[in-house]
Design a protein around this ligand. Structure first.
Ligand code: ARG
Length: 580
């Protein structure tokens, strides 16, 4: 494997097992003292009641032959740590392996899984808010990464298109007239539409009655009501697609798995829960009590699957989702990219699904939770006039601001190229600002910071990429050609070694990111890579290198760096322009 840390762990494993017995294995990490540090001797020593340094020496003696040519030195430090320094030849060889690999050294998944990712899921006839930006951007990046590792991914956009608000929304549409209503929705004035309906519902009892009657008609499947409902859904979807297009995410109409789709299954779900003996009556409602969930007073918390008047709710739909994903799609893993406030809801849904036997290991359900987007005042992000923010307008503003920044930085770019670059940078900046903070934390939306050309931002990474492209342009060499070619790497300067080690760690960076569903880890890696490249480029002349072999090797280093940057940004859903 290309990552030297992974390779050396494999080379050390037999020696650790020989000394410590089965189960004893090295943990290899990057280190400041050397290229890497292998831990594990301490654990063996504790178990065998021996001196850790002596154990480390025995392990090292057993591993020596395997490390020949791989490590130039191995020191024992502290309580039996092995500090490893790789030979330059070994690093050069690993680079050759990574450069020849379409996946740049990233290991494919050992067991290919079918993964469903539930993300974006805005609500029909309601404005998409920044929370939807988060789930859409994080979910999309996870789709790309899981696919890159070789998994089969099904995207599901579980839009909210069903439930009691549709009574008032349909009646409001009738009041406005179908065409007026449709055009209001399709241009994305969803907030205005929804609030208009809500205001009448709250103020006007006659309207309220109409709305209630309409819900009954909708649930009964009245054809005229369904026709009106479909207009609401179609116009909203058209608006969502426009936002997706601006964002450059993978979602299409084929990925829609709306709440209404599960409607016919809801009575079946409750029936099956009943047959399994799980349903109880509580305050007139049909509920399931998953063990371990209590309210503030310590009383057991129910998951309501049918209310007292026979209606089904959000939890019932989510249980139907689980059944559908398991029994129809036969997925191995379900990933829910949903805001942190729904943690308990989802945990209870998963618990009930386990009780019913629908969800059992190795099949798993994961809640990928995220925090809020805040304004400068550290409150929920609002528009300047204080209204809820329209996602489409926010994205337009990003592109506009990026356009202004480029006009200043590179006046030579013009016409369609400038427009494309502005789009890549503006949208990239918004996505990267979101992805580069630990998803579970809140973050402050800050135009100046996300669009800055230095610091941990998309423009900084895109700029590093464009600089690399320009090296090849100036040399008159096709960077894609050199990338796959067998240019022999020479790794000797410290900046070359650091860049090499970083490039070879791409594998670990992607795996760590996917294992924790945490795109910010990949962001941190790419930022470190761009910095290592900058240090290399400052110290090591490429086109003006002293001799041809060095020039070839450095060009090849640039070639693999540009590929890792481009692929890394692509995994985040960010475009890397050739020039900017
Ligand atoms: N539409 C919901 C919302 O905007 C999110 C749906 C999440 N997905 C799920 N299967 N519950 O809050």
């Amino acid at each position: 494997m290309a990552d030297p840390l992974v390779t050396v762990a494999e080379l050390l494993a037999p020696a650790f097992a020989a000394v410590g017995g089965s189960g004893a294995e090295p943990v290899v990490r990057p280190s400041d003292r050397a290229d890497a540090q292998a831990n594990g001797a301490l654990a063996i020593a504790k178990r065998l009641g021996q001196n850790p340094r002596e154990v480390a020496e025995t392990v090292l003696a057993a591993a020596r032959p395997a490390l020949l040519g791989v490590c130039s030195s191995v020191d024992i430090a502290g309580p039996g740590f092995l500090n490893l320094t790789f030979t330059n030849e070994f690093l050069a060889g690993q680079l050759t392996v990574a450069a020849a690999d379409e996946h740049l050294g990233v290991r494919p998944a050992r067991r290919v899984e079918h993964v469903v990712i539930d993300y974006s899921h805005p609500n029909v006839a309601k404005e998409m808010h920044v929370g939807h930006l988060r789930t859409t951007v994080i979910g999309d990046s996870l789709v790309r990464m899981l696919e890159f590792l070789g998994h089969r991914v099904t995207k599901e956009n579980h839009i909210g298109d069903w439930g009691t608000p549709f009574g008032m929304l349909i009646e409001h549409m009738l009041d406005l007239g179908e065409t007026t209503a449709a055009s209001e929705l399709s241009v994305g004035d969803l907030a205005g539409f929804y609030q208009g309906a809500r205001a009448k519902f709250d103020a006007d009892d006659v309207f309220k009655d109409r709305a209630r009657q309409r819900v009954v008609e909708l649930q009964r499947g009245d054809p005229e009501t369904l026709r009106l409902w479909r207009i609401l859904v179609a116009e909203s979807t058209r608006y969502f697609n426009e936002v997706y297009h601006k964002l450059g995410v993978l979602l299409t109409d084929d990925d829609l798995a709306p709440e209404s789709m599960y409607n016919p299954m809801l009575p079946v779900v409750v029936e099956r829960l009943r047959e399994a003996g799980l349903v109880q009556e509580s305050d007139g409602a049909q509920v399931v009590f998953p063990p371990g969930y209590t309210n503030r007073d310590g009383e057991p918390l129910p998951l309501i699957v049918q209310n007292s008047v026979g209606g089904y709710n959000y939890a019932t739909t989510d249980l139907a989702c689980v059944v559908d994903r398991v029994e129809r799609l036969n997925v191995d893993r379900m990933v829910y990219v949903v805001g942190a406030p729904q943690a308990q809801h989802l945990a209870m849904v998963f618990a009930v699904a386990e009780m019913a036997g629908w969800l059992a290991p190795p099949r798993e359900a994961v809640h990928v939770a995220f925090g809020n987007v805040l304004g400068a005042d550290r409150k929920m992000l609002k528009s300047r006039s204080g209204e809820s923010l329209k996602l489409g307008e926010l994205l337009d503003e990003a592109v506009e601001r990026a356009g202004a920044a480029i006009a200043e930085k590179n006046p030579d770019l013009s016409g369609p190229e400038r427009a494309a670059v502005a789009r890549a940078i503006g949208i990239g900046a918004v996505k990267y600002a979101d992805l580069s903070t630990d998803r579970i934390k809140d973050y402050v939306f800050d135009w100046d910071r996300m669009l800055a050309f230095d610091g941990n931002t998309a423009p900084y990474l895109q700029y590093a990429h464009a600089r690399l492209c320009s090296i090849f342009r100036r040399a008159g060499i096709d960077r894609r050609g050199i990338a796959a070619g067998g240019s022999p790497f020479v790794v000797c300067e410290v900046q070359e070694r650091n860049l090499a080690l970083r490039l070879l760690a791409f594998d670990t960076a992607v795996w760590d990111t996917v294992d924790r569903y945490s795109p910010h880890r990949l962001c941190t890696y790419l930022f470190d890579l761009a910095q290592d490249f900058t240090a290399f480029y400052e110290y090591c002349p490429v086109l003006k290198a002293d001799d041809d072999a060095t020039r070839q090797s450095r060009l090849a280093l640039c070639g693999i760096t540009v590929r890792v940057l481009e692929k890394g940004l692509d995994l985040l859903g960010i475009i890397a322009p050739e020039r900017m």
